[in-house]
Design a protein around this ligand. Structure first.
Ligand SMILES: Nc1ncnc2c1ncn2[C@@H]1O[C@H](COP(=O)(O)OP(=O)(O)OP(=O)(O)O)[C@@H](O)[C@H]1O
Length: 730
């Protein structure tokens, strides 16, 4: 009986033809391109089984590399399910980091060099306490905090810390140095020179070499290059190398694998270039696209049969991903039965969307696995708020409780605290630069000397003030008193508009390079949470309650059938029903993605397309895309991806990608062309053919324009924008 028939009897899975070819191809380089749900994990495991059982390879001669510790564990469990009755051999599934750590330890020991790891969990209390003087606790975050402050003269915020860490990971994983460091975009002032100081610090601060997680990879790579003995030992040990999820490998990771696989190159790289979504932290899909250049005798196999999703989901996703140019050609298909068409729900407002999704998940059956997916963690908090009010439990995959500790949240609470007691100089001190009373440091010092006796505003008004300040301090005093009685949603509005908090934030964005979009999203979220609450105290209590709820939701993994997760963290998972929410331009794709696209940098937009594709392909039978026209008072537009999906579903046979290539590419960096986020009812535009007109309607995928010459005409929005057919008239 052949291997595959034996396997079918033992495991119940009959591999399809391509999967079988992939298993049988053991010698020489193999790129196994896999569509979502096409059985990557299944095939990899079968291949390892084949090497052990049929080719009698010793388990320690096989190296199986996975993307994360979690996937190493999942793979190992799946392997046991298949083979525990057939062999007692154990293959070690490991992440590339844990292998690299082994090499680094060995190389440094050989050199007699001590080292110390400076990354990992950090104690919250210790972090809050900070450090005194020059003595820096040897942890990556503390070191970066100090170097940031030395460089910029200001305290580092949590957002800046996140950005800086991402920047460092990116440059390390891409192996950048010198001038290249300065070309990488980062929302942190002087990121490149902080990075250079950080590298020096780790080498020079103590006699022990300080290493962070990314150093594992770069040091491992360097050690393999520098020490032929170590390299050849590992090369001889690992006769067969298999790497999973290789689309998310970074440049340095690819290089390590390439070195280890030499000279026989019995390398099986399993990847889906369409699911590469970690470019921002250094992954590099170009290495995959050049696989056949690196290995001219490589075999490339494509697993395109999807075993997960319904025909509707597979066909539309397959068309959708073709809008990307920089990819391997694949045609995903399925033999699964038809289920529901993909539903696109265009709501009036953001609020309506939350209400809708809450009602939908409430109606789901207890056996159904349901997920709500979003692009940004910011979407999770208002959703958690709504669900908890409706009594629905959920499991939140990647908890981001940072929201509740964000300085914006602290500021708003401080404004509110001052409404209860305007004698609190300590509170005023924390917010005095963030509203329009022009209170200086000297005035704060004066107030401190009179601390606690009278209203801070009265004390100021008793002094000699310039007339503009006098007016504003008087108004602020009145407003703080009124705010105490306001509903919290109105109070936040008053802080933002009447006290000028929004303007102050905008100034900080310009001065310090903060991410304004993120900061204003936090403010909007606070307003949403406040909606319907009666008092400022009630608002503060609700925030605490929500924080608790979010923190504890991670324990609900096995008890809840509802998962809330970002698109990124949903990778590799599947659910019966998937709701993708907040699908508006500016979020999906993000403003930055759209800006880059206009500047003809297509990489970020292609990554946004892949991320959306990962989201869609998580669904087994039921997929809903949710969008809306208003966020608060602001008019927003449907995500161009949703518009695209609607069109594909309507005209499934249209060969969009092909026709697009035939058209001469418009110059989308031309500022006078109408952009996605600029479509507005009432706006005057000029059409290439029909001349000047006014946009009268915009919704779904259609724009209706009333022209001076030819009257009303309706167009497909995507075709108009992608091809630069409309110009702004100003
Ligand atoms: N030949 C096959 N016949 C029947 N079912 C299969 C076959 N191959 C895989 N499957 C099933 O398809 C489902 C998806 O497989 P798997 O989890 O290996 O996909 P994947 O390619 O790793 O997915 P993704 O890339 O989207 O995370 C599993 O339930 C698996 O048992």
């Amino acid at each position: 009986m052949d291997f595959f028939t034996r396997m079918e009897e033992a495991t119940g899975v009959r591999l399809n033809e391509v999967q079988q070819q992939a298993v049988l191809h053991t010698d020489g380089p193999l790129l196994l391109l896999a569509s979502p749900g096409s059985g990557k994990t299944t095939t990899l495991n079968m291949k390892i089984g084949y090497l052990l059982l049929e080719k009698k390879v010793r388990p320690d001669r096989i190296m199986a590399i996975t993307f994360s510790k979690q996937s190493a564990q999942d793979m190992s469990e799946r392997f046991d399910e298949f083979f525990s009755d057939l062999t007692s051999d154990k293959v070690h599934f490991s992440t590339i980091h844990s292998f690299a750590f082994k090499v680094v330890r060995e190389a440094l020991r050989k050199e007699g060099q001590d080292f110390q790891l400076i990354e990992g969990q950090i104690n919250e209390d210790e972090w809050k306490k900070g450090f005194q003087g020059e003595h820096v606790p040897l942890h990556k975050k503390f070191i970066l905090k100090k170097l940031f402050e030395d460089e910029n003269g200001t305290q580092i915020s949590d957002d800046e810390m996140d950005e800086l860490m991402t920047y460092i990971s990116y440059v390390k994983n891409r192996m950048l140095s010198g001038k290249e460091l300065y070309k990488v975009k980062a929302n942190v002032k002087n990121a490149a020179s902080i990075y250079e100081s950080y590298e020096r610090f780790k080498k020079e601060y103590t006699s022990s070499l300080l290493l962070d997680f990314d150093d594992m990879l770069t040091y491992c790579h360097q050690s393999l290059l520098d020490d032929p003995q170590i390299l050849s030992r590992y090369q001889q040990q690992f006769e067969y190398i298999l790497t999973d999820e290789s689309q998310d490998n970074s440049v340095v990771q690819h290089e390590i694998v390439e070195l280890l696989a030499k000279p026989q190159n019995n390398l099986c790289v399993v990847a889906d270039d369409d699911q590469s979504i970690f470019m921002w932290r250094g992954s590099d899909v170009t290495k995959l696209l050049q696989f056949e250049k690196t290995y001219p005798y490589a075999t490339v196999l494509t697993m395109s049969q999807n075993y997960r999703s319904s025909v509707e989901i597979v066909e539309v996703s397959n068309q959708f991903i073709k809008r990307n140019q920089n990819r391997f050609h694949k045609e995903m298909f399925t033999e699964n039965p038809s289920a529901n068409p993909i539903a696109i729900k265009a709501m009036r407002s953001y609020e309506d969307q939350l209400k809708y999704v809450t009602e939908q998940v409430k109606q789901s059956g207890p056996e159904e696995e349901v997920a709500v997916l979003y692009r940004n963690n910011a979407s999770a908090v208002p959703l958690a708020d709504k669900l908890s009010k409706a009594g629905i439990d959920f499991y939140m995959k990647d908890i981001d409780a940072k929201f509740f500790k964000h300085w914006i949240v602290e500021d708003i609470l401080n404004f509110m605290r001052l409404t209860y007691n305007d004698r609190r100089v300590d509170i005023l001190e924390r917010i005095h630069t963030k509203f329009n009373a022009y209170i200086t440091k000297r005035q704060i010092a004066f107030l401190r000397s009179r601390s606690g006796q009278e209203s801070v505003f009265d004390l100021l008004l008793e002094t000699e003030l310039p007339s503009y300040q006098k007016k504003n301090v008087t108004q602020a005093k009145k407003l703080f008193a009124e705010m105490n009685k306001m509903e919290p949603a109105r109070a936040i509005r008053a802080i933002r508009d009447r006290l000028g908090y929004d303007k102050a934030i905008q100034k900080m964005v310009e001065k310090f390079g903060f991410n304004g979009e993120h900061l204003f999203t936090i403010l909007n979220t606070l307003e949403e949470i406040a909606e319907g609450l009666g008092s400022l105290k009630g608002f503060a209590d609700r925030l605490k309650e929500l924080e608790q709820l979010v923190q504890t939701s991670k324990y609900n993994k096995h008890s809840c059938s509802l998962t809330l997760t970002t698109f990124h963290s949903a990778k590799g998972l599947e659910y019966d029903k998937v709701y993708m929410i907040d699908l508006i331009n500016g979020v999906v794709p993000s403003k930055d993605d759209m800006d880059s696209y206009r500047k003809k940098e297509y990489g970020p937009m292609e990554e946004a397309v892949r991320l959306f594709y990962v989201g869609m392909t998580r669904a087994r039978t039921h997929l809903e895309l949710l969008t809306y026209g208003y966020k608060g008072d602001e008019r927003v537009s449907e995500s161009q991806f949703v518009t695209n999906v609607r069109r594909i579903a309507k005209f499934p046979d249209e060969k969009r990608a092909v026709t697009r290539r035939k058209r001469p590419a418009p110059d989308l960096s031309d500022e006078s062309l109408l952009g996605w986020d600029e479509i507005e009812v009432g706006r005057e535009v000029e059409h290439q053919k029909f001349g000047v007109g006014v946009i009268k309607e915009y919704g779904g995928d259609a724009i209706t324009i009333q022209f001076k010459e030819v009257g009303y005409k309706e167009f497909n929005a995507e075709i108009c924008i992608d091809n630069g057919i409309l110009r702004k008239k100003e």
